[in-house]
Design a protein around this ligand. Structure first.
Ligand code: CTP
Length: 428
């Protein structure tokens, strides 16, 4: 595969030499385009020696070959690492002031993956986040940076994901086979499985919500829940490995999102509802694995609620949040979309019925196509690395059990989804 490897001007440029080696050793033909600033960290000679190709960062070198047009048209995959705040901004606003930005504008349908690295403040700045959102909305895959020690004494989100993780995500994006057993460093509990036979979700868009919502009480307090996001993250990795373009609507999670998926961060149930309804418009599958708060405080204090001796202690009034899953099904049916909607249910049994009785009632209430049922209780499921579920279908077919690691359960759910989809749209 012909790959263009854009290198931004950050200290992490040195790690990209290893990424280049991974690509060339896997047999890919890589042209490196460093920015002017990148060559202050790693020289042109290094990129030329490792790639076996001449390296330039100017549109005025080899003008007769019209380099940016040729590179943009010929590339089958473009990877930018480290994607600095400046590069993300230039790409988002369509600037064309060096060979790399010109090539990005010429990329057409070619898959583009950007791996950001910068200080946490720069990454979290609204300007950078807006640029990332713009790029993602145009179909660019922007990885989440890893968290950890940064260049100075600071630490936090902003580290370049490890070269192996970028390599893995890039090949998954381009639909090329990945290397068996290569570690997925950004998601330790969701190591990619080898590509499923025939990549059953290739060409499909899968939206997955994960983690817990947080409903604010005042600027420092919220009502939350114990969801770790592990099962949703494992589902995202499994859907990615099955060939899907994956969008992860991430509430509060204890684990990082997997490489190679688009991440949209949400905080509250209302934010999740907005993101889910928006994403639904072009999704073939929606999986609601998030633990959504059923209620939110009726009033959110603008300043921190203080204890006072001269007034009574506060009483919190709750109002009901919309049922997003139910709404997704209603919108799908109203728009006559061919879309599979999958819910999760956390159930306990009692004297009036067992877990499956309650789950079957919930499936009828929510009217989704599949319901993945967890049996919850003290010390069960939340934050654990294993899970045990039963998958119920609206068509009334036999309940299917799956258990093991959260990756095993995710693979079983994705297999079941693939089977349901092939029933709706039989393979050609
Ligand atoms: N869900 C949702 N919107 C809500 C609450 C839940 O979309 N406001 C989704 C969850 O993501 C999950 C499914 O609904 O896929 C089941 O969530 P659960 O909390 O188990 O069900 P509830 O409808 O809240 O039922 P109950 O609390 O009465 O058991």
């Amino acid at each position: 595969m012909r790959i263009v490897l854009g290198v931004g001007g950050g200290i992490a440029a040195y790690k990209v030499a290893s990424l280049l080696r991974l690509f060339t050793e896997a047999g890919h033909d890589v042209t490196v385009i460093p920015t002017e600033a990148a060559t202050r960290f790693v020289g042109v000679a290094t990129w030329e020696a490792l790639s076996g190709h001449p390296v330039s960062n100017s549109v005025f070198d080899d003008v007769h070959t019209v380099n940016h047009v040729r590179l943009g048209h010929e590339a089958e995959l473009i990877v930018v690492a480290p994607a600095t705040a400046d590069l993300l901004s230039r790409a988002a606003t369509g600037q064309a002031n060096d060979l790399l930005s010109n090539t990005l504008l010429m990329a057409g349908d070619c898959p583009v993956l950007m791996a950001p690295a910068m200080h946490s403040e720069m990454w979290q700045h609204p300007a950078t986040q807006a640029n990332v959102e713009t790029l993602r909305s145009r179909g660019v895959t922007v990885l989440e940076p890893a968290s950890g020690r940064l260049t100075g004494s600071d630490s936090g989100p902003g580290r370049l994901p490890e070269p192996e993780a970028i390599f893995e995500a890039a090949l998954a994006l381009a639909g090329a086979p990945s290397v068996p057993n290569s570690p997925d460093i950004t998601a330790p509990d969701a190591a990619p499985s080898p590509p499923a036979a025939g990549r059953p979700l290739a060409g499909l868009t899968v939206t997955i919500s994960a983690g817990g919502t947080r409903e604010p009480l005042d600027p420092v307090r919220f009502l939350g829940n114990r969801s770790s996001g592990k099962q949703g993250v494992a589902l995202a990795a499994a859907a990615r490995d099955a060939g899907a373009r994956v969008r992860l609507l991430a509430g509060h999670m204890d684990v990082p999102p997997p490489a190679g998926v688009d991440v949209i961060r949400v905080e509250t149930a209302l934010e999740l509802r907005k993101a889910a309804l928006h994403a639904a418009a072009d999704s073939d599958v929606i999986i609601m694995a998030a633990a959504v708060a059923d209620f939110r405080p009726a009033d959110v204090a603008g300043t921190k609620i203080k204890k006072r001796d001269d007034v009574a202690d506060p009483v919190i009034t709750l109002v009901r949040n919309p049922d997003i899953l139910r709404e997704l099904v209603e919108v799908r049916d109203a728009a006559s979309r061919t879309q599979l909607v999958v819910g999760f249910a956390a159930e306990t049994g009692d004297a009036d019925g067992d877990v499956l009785d309650y789950a079957a009632a919930k499936l009828r209430r929510k009217a989704c196509d599949l319901l993945v049922v967890n049996h919850v209780g003290q010390d069960k499921v939340f934050g654990e690395d294993t899970n045990s579920v039963v998958i119920l279908s609206r068509t009334g077919s036999e309940p299917q059990e799956a258990s093991g690691s959260k990756s095993d359960v995710a693979a079983a759910v994705i297999d079941r989804i693939s089977a349901e989809l092939s029933r709706v749209v039989p393979p050609a």
